[in-house]
Design a protein. Structure first.
Length: 691
């Protein structure tokens, strides 16, 4: 076995130390800006968010002046929102006008990273960084530097980009909070209008026979139909209102309760209606119906907007929960990194004893895998995009959630779990994870002052009558119980726990959205929720979710990556992280491969174009400057469709494994890469094994 190189080990140790510092600073930024998530509904404007960002930006990179340009949502124009110091406002506006004219401003928006142009009079350097989210560009950070840009460390610029991303998300969350309030207020006002219209007979009112002939229509109905009065009376009501003929023909009073349907107008437009029908009887049979219909177009639109905003609000609430757990996450990372540092130092001290050094290095790998698992848990919890519903073992999600919670819960709170169910529910794992996190977080907050016991149970429950919960359908359910021994709730609080924005916590400690989100998830999956609580005696929540129908599980065949043999083929590796390039190159060269490395996608593409037949396989990173990995892969495959291409990514929602396969990419690899596994995948690809 090759003796470990002490210089190489020292480089790796320095790399881990640098990444540890970067991770701590990134978590610090996330924690500080996540504080706003809990109090966004109390902010009058974006000022506090930008002030916090200004302070953090000043500590990362020295600035003489800092300004924020925001985007007017109505006109899409940038305007100068704030400037510090205020005396430089006119100077900054003049320079920005110049940058707009020469295209520098547009370049900063397009590149989505720090741009450092010279001022118009070449007296100072500026730093421009776009503030953007998935939905839209929200503004531009503008600062004048105290030094030449070349003296700014790359890690400082990376942290600055993270700061801008968190600031942009906080601005978007602020906007969403206030939009949903306006939406609720508008919806309430609309409902009041409907009642007023009913009192003044402004609804559509029609008198029709059982055969569908219209005997009377008020002006609202005539106007909505787009027909004249005489034209409308010549039509059958069954041609105007969908499904009405079938409903009127049914026995009983099928339309005494409101139902939704649609009116077809003269122009073919479909108007959503809320419809009631009252029959007039003759010889115990209905002969005439009085139809009262309301146009609910605005309500349908409001509900659609509300659902969209609710989805975004759930994401904001998840980030609030993650902010509360930031200390615990940092604690877990510190424990993992302490082990990595310790075993790295032991490995250095055991260079004269290869067996001991090997054991220490293996422990470093164990720690790295633990860090990878923790990152994946955080990504799964904060992922914005919804997943498809799938048969899901709730027990596994509980264990993952409790693992994430344990480090954040004080030692005065004991956690007990009794998991006896292995049943599955048909659900989105991210939403079930969020449901459990919200319940457990509320429980430990109720005990944070005096300590107590947090109990989590999971069991199967057969519902054979309505005694358990009146709204629960008969069948088999998974029952999740979360119980605490905290301060409990009085009757008034119990009546309001599911109301959005209702909270008993201090200002800034919570938004009051957690239980509203829990109820929404449970109802979406046709389940129900029950709560028992008494002051000073704790609380118990029971969640019932219907068990999914059993289906066969499909397992992908495992790849054989053991016993790897090398080769003499030529491999191209493209990554802007030089430490990763060096380690992968050295590993593959030890197995006989010819390896060419590039830190830039465009440079790699140019080299490939010169001798496309000389390369047998390409491994590329996803996120790189100038040219991303997916664009590089598409260009390479356009030249050589048979070329095996591996795409590596730390995290990307833009390119999924399925999308990568459709592009012709052979392997989609999640970083951090395990070199032994990478070696097996390379050999499989070069030998022509199925991916």
């Amino acid at each position: 076995m090759n003796k470990p190189d002490p210089i190489d080990l020292e480089k790796r140790l320095a790399y881990f130390e640098q990444k540890n510092m970067f991770m701590h600073q990134a978590l610090d930024i996330a924690r500080e800006l996540s504080d706003f998530q809990a109090s966004l509904n109390q902010l009058e404007d974006q000022g506090p968010i930008l002030e916090k960002t200004l302070d953090k930006a000043s500590s990362l990179i020295g600035f003489k002046t800092i300004s924020f340009f925001l985007v007017d949502e109505d006109t899409a124009d940038f305007y100068l929102y704030s400037c510090s110091p205020e005396s430089q406002r006119n100077h900054i506006q003049t320079e920005i006008d110049t940058f707009i004219e020469d295209g520098t401003f547009s370049r900063a928006i397009f590149e989505k990273k720090a741009v450092t142009p010279y001022s118009g009079d070449q007296s100072e350097y500026f730093l421009l960084h776009v503030m953007t989210t998935v939905s839209r560009v929200r503004g531009m950070f503008v600062g004048t530097l105290t030094r030449h840009p070349k003296y700014i460390q790359e890690t400082s610029l990376e942290l600055f980009s993270i700061l801008m991303a968190h600031c942009s998300n906080a601005l978007e969350s602020y906007e969403l909070y206030h939009k949903i309030r306006q939406s609720n207020q508008a919806l309430a006002a609309s409902e009041n209008n409907y009642r007023l219209l009913a009192e003044t007979a402004r609804e559509m009112i029609l008198k029709v026979t059982i055969q569908g002939r219209i005997e009377y229509a008020n002006s609202s109905a005539i106007q909505a139909s787009e027909f004249s009065k005489s034209e409308l009376y010549q039509h059958s009501v069954f041609d105007l209102i969908e499904d009405l003929k079938h409903a009127l023909a049914m026995k009983g009073d099928p339309l005494r309760k409101s139902r939704t349907t649609r009116m077809i107008t003269r122009s073919g437009r479909l108007i959503p209606l809320e419809l009631n029908a009252t029959p007039f009887m003759e010889n115990d049979s209905p002969t005439v119906f009085l139809l009262v219909a309301r146009d609910i177009s605005e309500r349908v639109l409001f509900e659609k907007e509300k659902m969209t905003l609710k989805s975004e609000l759930w994401q904001s609430q998840k980030m609030e929960a993650l902010g509360a757990l930031a200390g615990g996450i940092a604690h877990d990372f510190n424990n993992i990194l302490s082990g990595i540092f310790g075993y790295s130092q032991l490995a250095l001290s055991h260079l004269d004893a290869p067996d001991k050094a090997k054991g220490n290095i293996e422990q470093i790998m164990v720690g790295a895998r633990k860090a990878t698992d923790l990152v994946q848990q955080i990504l799964a919890f904060t992922r914005k995009s919804e997943q498809e519903n799938q048969p899901l073992k709730v027990s596994l999600v509980i264990k993952e959630a409790l693992k994430l919670l344990r480090a954040s819960i004080p030692s005065t709170i004991k956690i007990t779990e009794d998991i006896s169910s292995a049943s599955k529910v048909l659900a989105d794992p991210i939403k079930i994870h969020q449901l459990i996190m919200n319940l457990c977080t509320n429980a430990f907050h109720a005990m944070v002052d005096n300590g107590g016991v947090l109990s989590v149970s999971l069991y199967d429950q057969i519902v054979s009558d309505s005694a358990i919960l009146p709204g629960l359908a008969l069948g088999t359910y998974v029952c999740l119980e979360v119980e605490d021994t905290g301060h409990g709730m009085d009757t008034d609080t119990l009546d309001r726990i599911y109301d959005p924005y209702f909270t008993t916590k201090e200002a800034g400690k919570g938004t009051g959205l957690g239980m509203s989100v829990v109820q929404g998830i449970v109802k979406e999956y046709k389940g129900d929720i029950a709560v028992e609580s008494e002051l000073n005696k704790g609380s118990l929540f029971r969640i019932y979710l219907p068990v999914a129908l059993q289906d066969k599980e499909h397992h992908l065949p495992a790849r054989n990556n053991e016993g790897m043999t090398g080769g003499s083929e030529t491999i191209m590796i493209v990554d802007d992280e030089e430490a990763l390039l060096d380690s992968t190159k050295n590993y593959l060269e030890d197995f006989g491969y010819q390896v060419h490395t590039y830190t830039n996608g465009q440079t790699a593409l140019d080299a490939f174009k010169l001798t496309p037949k000389n390369f047998d396989l390409v491994i590329t990173d996803m996120t790189m400057p100038e040219m991303t990995g997916d664009h590089l892969a598409a260009s390479l495959l356009g030249i050589r469709p048979d070329l095996p291409v591996f795409l590596c990514t730390g995290y990307s929602e833009r390119v999924t494994p399925d999308k990568a396969r459709k592009m012709g990419i052979r392997e989609y690899i999640q970083k951090p890469m395990v070199l032994d596994e990478l070696g097996g995948l390379i050999r499989n690809a070069l030998d022509g094994s199925a991916p």
